[in-house]
Design a protein around this ligand. Structure first.
Ligand code: HEM
Length: 243
């Protein structure tokens, strides 16, 4: 999301002489693995979740004969389990990763981050397109955005586990997540929140893909490849704040 931030303003420079690029290694394999596994899980959860909420194709005969809803629910819960496993890996890597992957990289703490966020905002709003800070990792706006995405994912997961726990109120999941319903105002509201969050992913995923492809095409930085190889190309003539 907001991938254009890496080299905003670079268009005019690109129009002149060819510029040198260098390769930087940003993302270790746990981050890359987490990214693609989580993406697959979220797509699976969206498709199966929407089916659970409103079965969009009807089967004939006894439910016990084909057990379609049961199978779909199983896939939903299996994907949920894998998603949570990737989240645990991500939390571990918040402390073990490099400086672009650590917890500090998810929060714009320093005052200069807020100044740069303001400059980036002006750039995005086309108010002032020069004097734009460049980052190798996520810029402060992206940091805030991705922290928000993680926060929303947590909300989806805890409401999901709460709903899961309702089937057995004497079991582990209800004991661990039973507080979620009362906190949100009841089981129906928890279910509603879980459902509405799905629409966030339905909007986020295509926009995220679009912006990444767009940044790849416009800035020649191999952004998509960076989530496979870990390496990104950056212009040698630009100073990066987080170098
Ligand atoms: C990105 C992640 C997820 C998405 C997009 C998603 C989506 C959905 C949707 C749309 C529904 C139907 C809601 C309705 O209208 O009634 C649903 C139901 C449900 N989800 Fe998720 N979900 C996600 C993660 C999880 C997680 C982590 C769990 C944890 C186990 C979970 C457990 C459940 C349960 C228990 C139900 C109700 C199933 C039933 O009533 O039979 N979900 N989910």
């Amino acid at each position: 999301m907001m991938d254009t931030a890496t080299a905003p303003g670079a268009e005019s420079l690109r129009a002149s002489a060819p510029v040198d690029h260098q390769s930087v290694y940003l993302w270790h394999w746990p981050i890359r693995a987490m990214h693609w596994i989580a993406a697959l899980c979220i797509v699976t959860l969206v498709v199966t979740g929407l089916y659970i909420g409103k079965p969009y194709f009807i089967t004939s005969g006894q439910a016990s004969d084909h057990f379609l809803m049961g199978r779909i629910r199983f896939v939903h819960f299996a994907a949920a389990g894998i998603l949570v496993a990737t989240a645990i890996l991500r939390v571990y890597w918040l402390f073990m990763g490099n400086r672009y992957e650590r917890w500090r990289a998810l929060f714009p703490f320093q005052p200069r981050c807020w100044v740069n966020m303001w400059k980036l905002l002006r750039r995005y709003l086309f108010v002032k397109v020069d004097d734009v800070p460049h980052y190798l990792g996520h810029n402060p706006l992206q940091q805030l955005f991705y922290t928000g995405v993680y926060g929303l994912a947590v909300l989806q997961v805890v409401t999901g586990f709460y709903l899961y726990g309702l089937a057995d109120t004497g079991g582990f999941f209800f004991a661990a997540f039973g507080w979620v319903g009362p906190l949100l105002g009841g089981a129906q509201i928890a279910r509603f929140v879980h459902h509405v969050m799905t629409w966030f992913w339905l909007i986020f995923l295509p926009v995220h893909v679009y912006l990444t492809v767009r940044a790849d095409v416009l800035h020649n930085e191999a952004r998509i490849t960076s989530m496979i190889s870990g390496k990104r190309f950056v212009r040698a003539d630009i100073d990066f704040i987080d170098e």
